[in-house]
Design a binder for this molecule. Structure first.
Ligand SMILES: NC(=O)c1ccc[n+]([C@@H]2O[C@H](COP(=O)([O-])OP(=O)(O)OC[C@H]3O[C@@H](n4cnc5c(N)ncnc54)[C@H](OP(=O)(O)O)[C@@H]3O)[C@@H](O)[C@H]2O)c1
Length: 321
């Protein structure tokens, strides 16, 4: 019997893994395998900042495998204002999960990093070898350092104990169950919510910046499949970037147009060019992933966005907003 514990199992990525495990045919590539038990834990089952609560969670489920997603995640403003909180909470969560996994003899842990932990000044495209090549951007200094240390810990556990601990590095994620709070949300859920409010109130839909920056977005349900693949097929300590290709970047204007279409938004929309754009591109290479997984079909961006908008409209009352 394998018990796969997904920490942060109630968030955007955790819910997507649950969806894939529960909807793909049993025994298929991404479906549940016979003898597997999947546990999706929220913070109400145990605060992973606390070593005792972490231990209790592991005692309860006795996991053989862990997909570690739980993290204090936030937007630019929160990251800038609460640097120590982002550093400390994430450091505690990660240390407790890895150390408790070690104590309980967990066979494999995959921890989730992020492309925003990369150095501010770095040669693009990002790849798996460049995480530690310079300081992260000052705005997410705390979060980035805490996350980078997971890679350091994974190597140390491997060297000292031979542990099979590794990490995944996704680019920007979106999908059902995202956080749509206007103040805290990432760009896609924030724009979906703004468009919805503009539609409801008959006001213009205003997008901050020029709409020109390019980003790689991964649909949470595609990412979920990649986590399941990594859990079953990948046994190396070095991280893997989980992303669509560099040639699949989309502009914020394309994101806006896709939202307008999916929402059937009939009002006016405009770009507030007085607002900062951020970096024009931050491409990440998915060459390592493709060389290992072979064929993988990513959901076309517009389709994934339509599904996300539909989920938001169908679940408006209960969505995080
Ligand atoms: N969203 C993105 O664009 C993005 C991009 C790259 C990487 N990532 C990484 O992907 C992972 C998952 O992110 P997400 O977007 O799915 O986050 P999310 O929707 O905010 O979910 C966070 C999850 O972590 C849990 N959690 C937070 N603090 C906890 C604590 N102290 N103890 C136990 N559980 C705790 C939450 O539980 P509750 O629901 O009970 O609060 C929730 O299940 C994170 O590691 C994040 O850094 C995200």
């Amino acid at each position: 019997m394998s018990v796969i514990l997904v920490t942060g199992g109630t968030g955007l990525v955790g819910k997507a893994i649950q969806h894939v495990i529960e909807t793909e045919p049993e025994g298929s590539k991404f479906g549940k395998k016979p003898g597997e038990k999947w546990v999706f834990a929220s913070s109400s089952e145990g605060d992973l900042k606390d070593p005792e609560q972490t231990k209790k969670l592991f005692e309860k489920y006795k996991p053989t495998h862990v997909i570690h997603l739980a993290a204090l995640v936030g937007g630019l403003f929160a990251n800038m204002k609460y640097k120590l909180t982002f550093y400390r909470d994430n450091t505690l969560i990660n240390d407790n999960v890895l150390y408790t996994s070690h104590l309980f003899g967990v066979k494999k842990v995959i921890s989730c990093l992020s492309t925003c932990v990369y150095p501010d000044k770095v040669e693009y495209p990002l790849d798996e070898t460049k995480i530690h090549l310079g300081l992260p951007h000052e705005s997410n200094f705390g979060y980035a350092h805490a996350k980078r240390m997971v890679d350091v810990a994974n190597h140390a556990y491997k060297d000292q104990y031979g542990s099979n601990f590794t990490s995944a590095i996704p680019t920007n994620i979106f999908g059902p169950h995202d956080n749509f709070e206007l103040e805290r949300a990432h760009v896609i859920p924030a724009l979906i919510h703004k468009c919805y409010l503009a539609q409801q109130n008959g006001t213009p839909f205003i997008i901050g910046g020029t709409g020109k920056p390019l980003r790689q977005f991964i649909y949470s349900r595609d990412l979920a499949k990649l986590f399941i693949w990594q859990l079953r097929e990948y046994d190396d300590v070095e991280p893997v970037i989980l992303s669509v290709g560099e040639d699949e970047e989309v502009s914020i204007k394309q994101v806006t147009d896709a939202i307008v279409k999916a929402m059937n938004f009939t009002g006016e929309y405009d770009f507030d060019t007085s607002r900062a754009d951020g970096q024009f591109r931050k491409p990440a290479s998915n060459k390592k992933l493709l060389s290992l997984i072979g064929e993988f079909e990513f959901t076309p961006f517009e389709k994934a966005l339509e599904e996300t908008v539909k989920w938001f409209l169908d679940n408006y009352e209960n969505a995080r907003k």
